[in-house]
Design a binder for this molecule. Structure first.
Ligand SMILES: Nc1ncnc2c1ncn2[C@@H]1O[C@H](COP(=O)(O)OP(=O)(O)OP(=O)(O)O)[C@@H](O)[C@H]1O
Length: 499
């Protein structure tokens, strides 16, 4: 007995189904009998329409289709079967009487696989059916193999795509980390020493560019370490006086009794200890610029003399009678609230107005934190060579940690942190070491950070302490008394990454 779907265990698998379509009951019974020799299930239909309906439901493995039938003939039935995707793949064998004059080629054209002629030679019929069922079986195997192959290809493609995406992500991350180092810091301004891409700071630089070529006195206001001196130098360098001297006086660094002599000079014997004549800094700055840093520290009794130089460009040395005329551009800076100083009577109002003709406010680092990556890279380049360090990677997590800090000491503090990090970095990747242990997070009353920044800093601190051991004995999760998965998700949320 023929079994088309025997599997390896010898068990008979699904029985093939053959649909006989003929309007003559005699033919159907003959075929029934012939097919009973095969291990197949036989279905029958008496006309084309019910054949199509049955085929849609039963999905036979083979259809024996009479050509000449009343109503829908075999050709039309076959056409319909082939148009329907549920039945299109079912092989069709046409049955036709020898006496019938039909166009056999047409039958093959519309999808038939074979012809059987009536009256039936039952032996031949069985062989033809067997052959078609074998072919059908092989086709099924092939389809199955194809599907399996496609599934495997799809699986491989998916994992390759995933791997490619991960590589791409890694590449992006590395590129990002290196961007600040690789790119020359091309700034669209005329400030060689000043590094910034921040929008608010670009307004400050714009003001500097506008005032620099004029003769106006410039007052630079801002917290300590925000780059006031750099701005003052920029004013001078962008002015027509750039070839002449820029003389700096730090009013806070000079003892009160010496400020007048430093600024205006003295004649020999003008006071005890004045053994020689001294040229003051206003005279030295003649034709150039004088930068009076920490102007808020200027003693009140000296302020009228300063006002006179500003207004008339003249003064006398201490102990001297000769009026000295100078052409000096004045730039002043302070981190104090000068208006308050005026109200408190420590600063003359007229001098205040004379100095504040053109005030420029330097910005604290916390208001331009987008500059942190640039500044970090700038300070690596500025200080690395001095201590024999070449940094080529600034990891994202280093930048994230730095961006989360409030910077009460501004850029000067950032510069110090980077100098220290450079010393501690063992290779070419910048590491912050245990900086987080030391930074005075809450030391500055104006410098409170957000809860999130504090949490980020604190978790980073603990992780650095445990050398990035998250779970297990002496791990960060144990210290923080939270479960490791919670710590993992906090780290993800806060952007904390193991260096
Ligand atoms: N935009 C910047 N780009 C590069 N370096 C900067 C920038 N701003 C400040 N710095 C650096 O930060 C340090 C502090 O800057 P600076 O001395 O100009 O600040 P300051 O406001 O004058 O401070 P203070 O009020 O204490 O005198 C300097 O080493 C300076 O070179």
């Amino acid at each position: 007995m023929l079994s088309f779907f025997d599997d390896n265990d010898g068990e008979s698998a699904v029985q093939p189904v053959v649909l006989i379509v003929d309007d003559m009951p005699n033919n159907i019974s003959l075929l029934f009998e012939a097919l009973s020799r095969l291990n197949v299930k036989v279905l029958a239909a008496r006309d084309g329409k019910s054949a199509v309906d049955q085929a849609r439901i039963a999905r036979p493995d083979l259809i024996l289709l009479d050509v000449m039938m009343p109503g829908m003939d075999g050709f039309e039935t076959c056409r319909r079967l082939k148009q329907d995707e549920l039945t299109a793949a079912i092989p069709v064998i046409f049955m036709t009487a020898l006496t019938e004059t039909i166009d056999k080629v047409n039958g093959f054209n519309i999808g038939a696989v074979d012809y059987i002629t009536k009256p039936f030679q039952l032996g031949e019929v069985v062989v033809r059916i067997e052959n078609q069922l074998k072919i059908r079986n092989l086709q099924r195997d092939l389809e199955h193999l194809n599907a399996e192959l496609e599934a495997r290809v799809a699986e491989r493609t998916a994992s390759l795509t995933q791997a490619l995406a991960e590589v791409e992500q890694l590449k992006n991350q590395l590129q990002h980390e290196n961007t600040y180092l690789r790119d020359e810091i091309h700034l669209t301004n005329n400030f060689e020493e000043i590094v910034s891409r921040s929008k608010p700071f670009s307004h400050v630089l714009r003001q500097i560019e506008q005032v620099a070529p004029t003769h106006f006195t410039v007052m630079i206001l801002g917290e300590s370490g925000t780059g006031k001196e750099l701005l003052a130098r920029a004013v001078h360098n962008l002015s027509p006086r750039k070839k002449k001297a820029l003389i700096k006086v730090n009013c806070a660094a000079l003892p009160t009794n010496l400020i007048e002599s430093e600024l205006f000079g003295h004649e020999k014997g003008a006071f005890t200890g004045a053994a020689n004549q001294k040229t003051g800094r206003f005279e030295l700055a003649d034709g150039g610029t004088i930068f009076l840093d920490e102007i808020g520290e200027m003693p009140v009794d000296l302020q009228p003399k300063l006002l006179r130089v500003l207004q008339e460009g003249e003064f006398e040395r201490i102990g001297g009678h000769k009026t000295i005329k100078v052409n000096v551009r004045v730039i002043a800076a302070t981190n104090r609230d000068l208006e308050k100083e005026v109200q408190a009577g420590r600063f003359r109002e007229d001098l205040y107005y004379r100095l504040c003709v053109f005030p420029v406010k330097s910005l604290p680092l916390r208001d331009r934190s987008e500059d942190i990556p640039l500044l970090v890279s700038h300070f690596c380049k500025k200080h690395g060579p001095g201590i024999g360090k070449t940094i080529d990677t600034i990891p994202e997590d280093v930048l994230t940690t730095l961006a989360g800090y409030h910077w009460p000491g501004n850029i000067r503090e950032l510069e110090n942190v980077i100098q220290r990090a450079l010393i501690l970095s063992p290779g070419k990747t910048l590491t912050l070491g245990d900086w987080t242990w030391r930074r005075p997070l809450l030391s500055n009353p104006e410098g409170f950070v957000t809860l999130e920044a504090h949490e980020r800093a604190y978790i980073t601190q603990v992780l650095e302490h445990t050398r990035w051991k998250v779970s297990g004995k002496n791990g960060a999760a144990e210290i923080l008394d939270i479960i490791p998965t919670t710590l993992d998700s906090r780290m993800k949320k806060l952007g904390i990454k193991r260096p």
